[in-house]
Design a protein around this ligand. Structure first.
Ligand SMILES: Nc1ncnc2c1ncn2[C@@H]1O[C@H](COP(=O)(O)OP(=O)(O)O)[C@@H](O)[C@H]1O
Ligand SMILES: [Mg+2]
Length: 238
């Protein structure tokens, strides 16, 4: 079942076509990787799918809701992790959680119960009293991930969740991404790292706002010649 689809979705900023006629579909429970160099249009596409940015042209739906007419319904049902992780810097980890829990419309009891569940899973207990500004980049991004999944969304958008992390933190982030997908959550994530392309079920490669290739990592590896996926990836970075 396709839970996300777009039909010739476009976003223009003046004469710039940041996203240009993108038609994609994503099945439930899939980890879909968005690959492309800086400026390819990944963030713009994700923001339109999240109902945060109205498209210039084209249509799309997430979990049965239209991304234009029903953007509010989408925003309530999805999880979103921003590329530039936004935390309340002067508040403690536990206070960040409470703040976002309330935004999701959860009451104190629900927030406490969900935190208890996630605290161990994410090994965040030891950090709960720290200020967000005191966290290392690995823990900052992990906290942003916890916030994105706090209300148990069935669709999750992660914009470069592993960017700038050391290998161990990246591994830990991927453990959580896999665990979340295993529970049936559909995930769209963007990444810069070729190695991470292999962890995705399917890939969408973007260049100058357009989709240039789509398929499983194995398929793309096969069709892209001798150097495989690496070749395709390098072409994207030019
Ligand atoms: N609000 C905006 N106004 C004008 N141009 C923008 C805006 N947001 C993004 N862009 C431009 O759109 C293109 C795609 O950006 P973006 O979606 O952030 O790409 P990516 O996430 O792949 O790096 C870039 O050329 C960027 O400069
Ligand atoms: Mg981006």
């Amino acid at each position: 079942m396709n839970v996300i689809y777009t039909d010739r979705l476009s976003k223009h900023f003046g004469s710039l076509k940041a996203v240009d006629q993108v038609s994609i579909s994503v099945r439930q429970g899939e980890i879909m990787g968005l690959l492309g160099a800086n400026g390819a249009g990944k963030t713009t596409l994700i923001k339109m799918l999240c109902g945060m940015l109205p498209p210039t042209e084209g249509t799309g739906a997430v979990a049965g809701y239209d991304i234009v007419g029903q953007a509010t319904s989408i925003r309530h049902r999805i999880g979103y992790m921003n590329q530039s992780v936004s935390l309340l810097e002067n508040l403690r980890v536990s206070e960040n959680i409470e703040f976002y829990g309330k935004i999701y419309g959860m009451n104190k009891r629900e927030i406490a119960a969900r935190w208890e569940e996630l605290e161990d899973l994410f090994k965040m207990g030891a950090h709960r009293h720290k200020l967000a500004s005191e966290l290392s980049s690995g823990w900052r991004q992990m906290l942003a991930f916890v916030i994105a999944v706090f209300h148990n969304p069935k669709t999750l958008f992660l914009d470069e969740p592993t960017s700038g992390l050391d290998p161990l933190s990246r591994f830990e982030m991927w453990e959580q991404i896999y665990r979340t997908a295993y529970q049936g959550t559909t995930i769209i994530m963007s990444t810069h790292y070729l190695s991470e392309a292999w962890y995705c079920d399917r890939l969408i490669m973007m260049e100058n706002g357009r989709v240039t290739a789509e398929g499983s990592p194995e398929h793309l590896n096969e069709i892209s010649g001798k150097q495989g996926l690496g070749q395709l990836f390098l072409m994207q970075q030019k």
